[in-house]
Design a protein around this ligand. Structure first.
Ligand SMILES: NC(=O)C1=CN([C@@H]2O[C@H](COP(=O)(O)OP(=O)(O)OC[C@H]3O[C@@H](n4cnc5c(N)ncnc54)[C@H](O)[C@@H]3O)[C@@H](O)[C@H]2O)C=CC1
Ligand SMILES: N[C@@H](CC=O)C(=O)O
Ligand code: NA
Length: 436
């Protein structure tokens, strides 16, 4: 049988990995897919570079629309990134009746509803394993492996760049900026790295996982997003003393009131496996009511790890494209007419525990005032740490770990504490997740 024809839109970090791995493993991939998979056209703005990557046998163009217009192309692989031209090209490819494979989480988290509806209408597949946790087959696990379960929560380290930066800062004492530059050089970072460090990329991925886990539409605009740029080195140190590591987590959870969808730094007990995930590695914990806790670990970024997921999608599409659309795995795991309207909760309704660091005057009665405010709000204290004030020092740090409380209540108490004359600087608050 003739090989399935693939057109690549963008041959940068991920695109070049796709080309190389597909070529290197072509025989094994053929044995799995039952049909050859061949990249016959590549579009990139830098055509000279693209041609040098793929050699003379592949047609290289600078206009991606030439690929979409080519009737011989069966699958369009979008590896340009962003919400702009990529959105137009994906929509045009779907309208042209092409299957689409993409690694573009930003696009799907923001415009997924429109894209999946169009694909459903046209009977084509949009596959996106690489969009969440790169090479880890987490979409496959959630959408196919765990279909027996009512998913309770997902918590993951789903941004390699920030995990790499946090590890380099802690282990090698590197400055934030130096570690970020290294992550960019290694091909982990987004074209705009503020997406990584401000938590936006992780929120894109958490948004996609929440849709698949709970059968809700992709709703990036409802996600709470907080990155790592305001983390202080001293909090990483205090957390360690208390038996915790700080990680940027993407969390989505089913509650009686609705769905939590949030990305923020969090203290995680050091003894949890996920607390020991270092460098650019990703890990996703999924809690199902039947299976219990499961953990998926691997490379979430980089050329070939991400290509691994893109090519797995190419194999899936190759195997399934002759199957009637109604019998394929639904894009968001649940049938389109069976989606839930469970609301995504505002952050004030999220229930979690907290790490608080207060810069306080080193004088009698401070502790009683602070704990009095917590007690009055019904917040119980889990652990406390007070740094010894140095010789002649008039201030010190007070660290408090709380038990679970509604975020809205915690906000009120923090505001009251901040009003105390003995609290001398803005209070630091980091959420704490026991993940058990
Ligand atoms: N780099 C990584 O580790 C991962 C990246 N991704 C996603 O994969 C996608 C691609 O990322 P990278 O390969 O890292 O980006 P990249 O910046 O290395 O590559 C993008 C390529 O697209 C080309 N391009 C830009 N505009 C174009 C246009 N109008 N027509 C044709 N080509 C165009 C550029 O010249 C470049 O070669 C993004 O959506 C990214 O979020 C997903 C998982 C991991
Ligand atoms: N910039 C992302 C790339 C993969 O999605 C990351 O750092 O994880
Ligand atoms: Na993946």
């Amino acid at each position: 049988m003739k090989a399935i024809q693939v057109g690549l839109l963008g041959i940068g970090t991920v695109g070049s990995g796709v080309y190389n791995v597909l070529k290197r493993n072509q025989h094994e991939i053929l044995r799995r897919a039952g049909r050859g998979i061949e990249i016959t056209m590549v579009a990139d703005l830098d055509t000279a570079r693209a041609q040098s990557l793929v050699g003379p046998g592949v047609r290289v163009v600078d206009d991606a629309r030439a690929i979409i217009a080519n009737p011989d192309i069966d699958i369009v692989v979008e590896l340009i990134g962003g919400y702009g031209i990529a959105r137009q090209l994906v929509m045009e490819a779907i309208e042209a009746g092409k299957h689409v494979v993409t690694a573009n989480k930003a696009l799907l988290a923001v415009h997924g509803t429109e894209i999946f509806a169009a694909a459903h209408r046209k009977g084509v597949m949009v596959a996106f394993e690489a969009a969440v946790a790169g090479g880890i087959p987490i979409i496959k696990a959630l959408r196919e492996g765990l279909t027996a379960n009512s998913i309770e929560w997902i918590a993951g380290i789903i941004n390699g760049t920030t995990n790499f930066i946090l590890s380099e800062m802690r282990d090698k004492g590197l400055d934030f900026d130096v570690a970020l530059k290294d992550a960019q050089r290694l091909g982990y970072a987004e074209a705009d790295p503020t997406f990584d460090i401000e938590g936006v990329d992780a929120a894109h991925k958490a948004t996609i996982m929440s849709a698949i886990a709970f059968g809700i539409p992709v709703q990036f605009d409802k996600a709470y997003v907080e990155g790592i740029t305001r983390l202080a080195a001293q909090d990483i140190k205090y957390a360690e003393q208390l038996g915790y590591r700080i990680k940027l987590l993407g969390i989505t959870k089913r509650t009686a009131k609705g769905i939590e969808l949030r990305v923020h730094p969090a203290l995680v007990p050091s003894k949890r496996l996920i607390a020991n995930v270092e460098g650019a590695m990703n890990a996703v914990m999924v809690q199902g009511d039947a299976v219990g806790t499961t953990l998926y670990y691997g490379k979430g970024a980089g050329s070939e790890p991400t290509a691994s997921a893109v090519i797995a999608d190419l194999v899936d599409v190759t195997r399934l494209h002759t199957v009637d659309a109604a019998h394929r795995v639904p894009h968001l795991a649940f049938q389109p007419d069976a989606m839930s309207d469970a609301p995504v909760l505002p952050m004030t309704e999220v229930v979690t525990s907290y790490y608080l660091r207060l810069r306080v005057a080193d004088e009698a009665g401070v502790l009683a005032k602070v704990t009095g405010l917590l007690a009055a709000a019904g917040i119980s204290v889990d652990a406390m740490l007070q740094r010894e004030a140095g010789e002649g020092e008039k201030q010190t740090d007070l660290i408090i770990l709380t038990h679970s409380v509604r975020e809205g209540t915690m906000n009120d108490v923090i505001a009251q504490m901040q009003g105390l004359a003995t609290v001398l600087a803005p209070i630091t608050r980091i959420r704490k997740e026991e993940l058990a």
